[in-house]
Design a protein around this ligand. Structure first.
Ligand code: ADP
Ligand code: MG
Length: 146
């Protein structure tokens, strides 16, 4: 399955994230890819809001994973950019999260493709300079329906 959205402001991207957060289900894993500064964190903040998270959402670049327990479902936000091997994913106990009771969102998941379950939902955020500074194309792909 593939779906494409186009947004023209950070607010629109956050609103799309919020809609997906509202509809997210226990056990789902969202993998977010896209260059630095495309809007992954903007999307994620909206997503968390859609799940009902009210805690301030910050980028887990140094902590690798941030947990939020005040929403409709537990929310686990990963940024695996700084990890250099799969063993480090083991060290943070990623399986407990991926196969756990909440919703996972993983920034830079493409660095560890072999660890990502085949039912995961992949979202790619891309710029297109021909369409303006604030334009983003967001593509959803899910190879295997759960
Ligand atoms: P990433 O997490 O992918 O590195 P961020 O979400 O931190 O990126 O930053 C995205 C930047 O792009 C923000 O400064 C945001 O204001 C800007 N921006 C401009 N247009 C958009 C858009 N349509 N969607 C998301 N962010 C946008
Ligand atoms: Mg980010």
């Amino acid at each position: 399955m593939e779906k494409i959205w186009e947004t023209h402001s950070p607010a629109e991207t956050a609103a799309l994230g919020k809609e997906m957060g509202k509809n997210a289900q226990r056990g789902q894993i969202f993998c977010l890819t896209g260059d630095l500064g495309t809007g992954k964190t903007v999307f994620t903040k909206g997503f968390a809001a859609g799940l009902g998270v009210t805690d301030h959402v910050t980028s887990p670049t140094f902590t690798i994973v941030n947990e939020y327990h005040d929403g409709r479902l537990p929310f686990y936000h990963f940024d695996v950019y700084r990890l250099s091997c799969e063993e480090e994913m083991d060290d943070i106990g990623y399986e407990e999260y991926f196969f756990g009771d909440g919703v996972c969102l993983v920034e830079w998941a493409e660095l560890f493709p072999d660890l990502i379950p085949k039912e995961a939902i992949w979202l790619t955020v891309e710029k297109d300079f021909a369409k303006g500074e604030d334009y983003r194309r967001i593509t959803l792909r899910q190879e295997v329906e759960p």
